[in-house]
Design a protein around this ligand. Structure first.
Ligand SMILES: NC(=O)c1ccc[n+]([C@@H]2O[C@H](COP(=O)([O-])OP(=O)(O)OC[C@H]3O[C@@H](n4cnc5c(N)ncnc54)[C@H](O)[C@@H]3O)[C@@H](O)[C@H]2O)c1
Length: 468
């Protein structure tokens, strides 16, 4: 994952960092926690606390530890499922051995585990939030109290009230000079960045239309059967978070946000309203809250359209791509998944490899192929670490909330059958999990099944003020 062709930058010592970054937090007194041994040493290693030890959490730690930008160590882990934490720990130890310093006393289980894990770090260290989105604001609030830097995964919010809360927290985190990365990693892609510059330089004319597709088979935990009863409803819903709007914003928010975000980046604006269609074609015994197809028309203030199609259906056409159309030419923003982007501009509106006007060329990574693109998952960490070590302003939360809100706006338009504006989405009072900060391992779930094990689902045209 790390690039051997890049030099390690000169890094300030831990003492220098604590002086310049999060000074107030660095001075705070830690009580009742085992502080990692690395604190005793005067070196420039930064520490990581992982909260949410699933697939992405394990991957994010891997990217953080693989960065060429100075040394780091994982020192604490938190999850609500012991087996997930154990499995992530083993995977990481196998791969990074010496960089994993998480003895049993710094492995925490439960809904308050995040506090204990963050108590093991301070100052310029980083907390990683890779739980489902429902807990983002809860965890971010605590990070702000402690003044530690954060990397948090997308989406950041799934509803209006938590979006407002996160925007308030963002302001607080700015005041504390916290560095906060958000896992919309495509924004760090060098090829997409070059495409954006070329759009700004006018190579494509004015952007008039964007379109994106994420049409696949059943994905992740978006389809769920009745809880078989081995765990409580709350824990079942957390395990299968793509199925429940309170936990993840559902398949729409979780899967479509990247394509929506990269299109909005190229337009350099957020849409002001959305209208959308969607439905549940083949649901069998599935009890989740998702539609299996979504078609959304976003409108920007200048009238430009963004069309986003999402589907999770076996046997239908599959595509995972984003395109921009300008008054002079079309472009591929991403062609097949997130990376590599294969960004390119065409001579006119014909999107075809025999019609290319510009394509990304690697001039930076020696020994790599001409079309090599460094992983955006790695780049987002290189950028965050650099900002921390050089104490540069770096906070992606506002943009992350806006991307999440625009995504929710499309989802709510599909689920209610109404045109939804950005302002309506932000002002919508329906908070999906108002007690996310109070949940315990024995709490009732934010949404409960009926006697048949089924959950309320959106009904466009019938339920119009809220999604379920
Ligand atoms: N940027 C990307 O490309 C990308 C890719 C995958 C996932 N993600 C995002 O990462 C997040 C996690 O996704 P995942 O695929 O790793 O899911 P996952 O289920 O594999 O991991 C989530 C982990 O968080 C734990 N968890 C849940 N609630 C918790 C809480 N309150 N406190 C502590 N731990 C808790 C779960 O037990 C689980 O181990 C999601 O928001 C998802 O959208 C982003």
């Amino acid at each position: 994952m790390s690039e051997s062709t890049e030099p390690t930058i000169a890094t300030p010592s831990r003492r220098d960092l604590l002086k310049t970054v999060g000074g107030a937090a660095a001075a705070s007194v830690l009580t009742g926690v085992a502080i990692p041994d690395v604190y005793a040493a005067e070196d420039n290693t930064l520490n990581i606390a992982l909260i949410g030890c699933g697939g992405r959490g394990t991957g994010a730690v891997g990217d953080a530890l693989s960065s060429h930008v100075g040394p780091a160590k994982l020192v604490a882990m938190a999850d609500v499922f012991r087996e997930n934490l154990d499995s992530a720990y083993q995977t990481l130890v196998n791969k990074f051995s010496a960089k994993i310093d998480v003895p049993e006393e710094r492995r925490f289980i439960g809904f308050d585990a995040y506090k204990k894990a963050m108590d093991c770090i301070k100052g310029s260290d980083v907390a990683i939030f890779t739980t489902p989105l429902a807990f983002r604001w809860v965890h971010f609030k605590h990070a702000i109290e402690k003044g530690v830097n954060v990397f948090m995964e997308k989406p950041l919010t799934g509803d209006g009230p938590t979006s407002k809360r996160m925007l308030e927290l963002y302001e607080q985190s700015l005041k504390k000079n916290m560095k906060v990365g958000v896992g919309l990693m495509c924004r760090h892609c060098e090829a997409r960045g070059e495409l954006f510059k070329r759009i700004k330089d006018g190579q494509m004319g004015e952007i008039l239309m964007l379109r994106a597709y994420r049409t696949a088979g059943p994905t992740a935990s978006a389809f769920s059967l009745k809880n078989p009863g081995k765990v409580s409803d709350l824990m079942y819903q957390i395990q299968r978070f793509h199925s429940f709007l309170w936990a993840s914003g559902g398949a729409f928010s979780d899967f479509l946000i990247h394509n929506i975000d990269e299109c909005c980046w190229m337009k350099d604006a957020w849409p002001v309203e959305a209208k959308a269609l969607g439905g549940r074609h083949y649901r069998g015994d599935y009890i989740d809250q998702n539609f299996d197809n979504y078609s959304t028309e976003y409108t920007f203030a200048d009238g430009t359209k963004l069309f986003m199609e999402g589907r999770t259906m076996t046997g239908a056409h599959q595509e995972f791509a984003s395109y921009a159309h300008g008054s002079k030419a079309a472009a591929i923003i991403s062609r097949s998944g997130h990376a590599p982007s294969r960004a390119r501009i065409f001579k006119n509106q014909r999107v075809s490899d025999d019609n290319i006007a510009w394509r990304w060329r690697n001039t930076k990574y020696k020994g790599k192929a001409p079309d090599f693109e460094k992983s955006p998952y790695q780049l987002e960490w290189d950028d965050l670490w650099t900002a921390i070590r050089e104490n540069k302003p770096y906070n992606e939360v506002k943009r992350g909330v806006e991307a999440s809100l625009v995504t929710s706006m499309g989802r709510m338009a599909a689920h209610t059958g109404r045109v939804i504006t950005y302002k309506q989405m932000l002002e919508c009072p329906h908070e999906f999990a108002p007690n996310a900060d109070k949940l315990t391992l024995t709490s009732a779930a934010p949404i409960m099944p009926d006697k048949n094990g089924k959950y309320p689902i959106p009904e466009p045209g019938i339920k119009i003020d809220r999604e379920y």
